[in-house]
Design a protein around this ligand. Sequence first.
Ligand code: UD1
Length: 439
Amino acid sequence: MTDQIDTDLANDGMPKIKIIGGNPLHGEIQISGAKNAALKLVCAGLLTSDELKLTNVPTSLRDMTTLADLLRYLGADVDMDDNAKTMSIRAIGGVDKTLAPYDLVRKMRASILVLGPLLARHGEAKVSLPGGCAIGSRPVDLHLMGLETMGADIKIEDGYVIAKSPEGGLKGAEILFPKVSVGATEHLLMTATLANGTTTLSNAAMEPEITDLAECLVKMGAYIEGIGTNKLIIHGVETLKGAEHSVIPDRIETGTFMIAAALTGGDVTLTNTRANTLDSVTALLRKAGADVTISGDKIRVRRQDDLKSMRGIDIMTEPYPGFPTDMQAQAMTMLTLCDGAGMVTETIFENRFMHVPELVRMGANITVQGNSAIVRGVDTLKGAQVMATDLRASVALVIAGLCATEGETTVNRIYHLERGYEDIAGKLSAVGANIRREN
Ligand code: UD1
């Protein structure tokens, strides 16, 4: 049965990544702009009729082109320059349509974030319920609760959210999130900038991508207090203006390469990054036994002794500044090769252990119990045919492939991987990995 699955995957005609593991990584990797910040910043472009120019954008990511297509469909002008890594959005005089169709929205969950800006500026919007990575049910109830508290009339019909602003526009409101949500915080933050009066978002998420969005909105003329805290106070303004903003470096891409460097026993410097957004990841690596040094916008990661000098430790995912759920799969790959055992507890998403059976195929020793996994370190991982249906699970398998000292690893279905990592094979082969992308 497994042989049949392997043959089917090998011949499915889809792009793959092939890795022969065992090479320590050495050199410098330049970190891209953060996808999870850039997506929301692009949506913020709908809030003004002036140009919003973004720099340090990860323009080659599929999620960026998907969102650009959605904005163009709505009637905005969007220019992307993959060499300059810039993106300009001009929703001059508003947009032609306020309908975001299923075909464009299903590819990416973040598309729901056009709803609030359309509503705030045009008084109505119809947006398909979103798709994205298959990591749990991922509802949008908190987004809709917030918009309703601001006076919007919301109906769900045939898989679409249909929203209308009250007469005179959305109203400022006191919103207390019963659960911390990155997307809902960003969505309501953007929407509230154009509401009448003051909105307070309490128990708001504090991820660095939210701070980046808030700082861009302030450049656009928004009036926001409490940036970087879990209480955001937004005083609505009549209109926003254009601005230029550089997207923050991707902390998850940085953390992914930090783990790859430590695990392969290399010496890698990540450039154009921001160490102060990675405290929990740096602490984890140091506790496990890696050497992490920080200097300006660079982070250097080394492992001086053999692999067994790395120790198994316990990890729990939490909202920022806790350990990010988007680093959980990569950290689990690290534990598979550390000395001793470690427990990984996932508190943000249910069903986010899809990498486990694939790591086990490569020789890992992992037992899952509910939302925790016990990982007992093994001596080696072996190359195998693997696949994943979630972005971070896929990259965890790439790291496992870089460490597998026997055989070749083929990561299949790299569609999700390419939604979040710019030229991962190119970046890793430039620091000595034996990795190639096959069409
Ligand atoms: C964002 C990130 C994603 C990251 C996640 C948590 C983007 C594009 N994606 O996703 O990479 O893993 O933050 O750091 O930035 N929830 C509800 N109702 C809602 C909204 C969320 O119950 O209306 C739940 C979710 O199912 C999940 C939890 O809240 O269990 C956190 O989700 P949220 O923080 O909203 O994640 P996203 O913004 O979707």
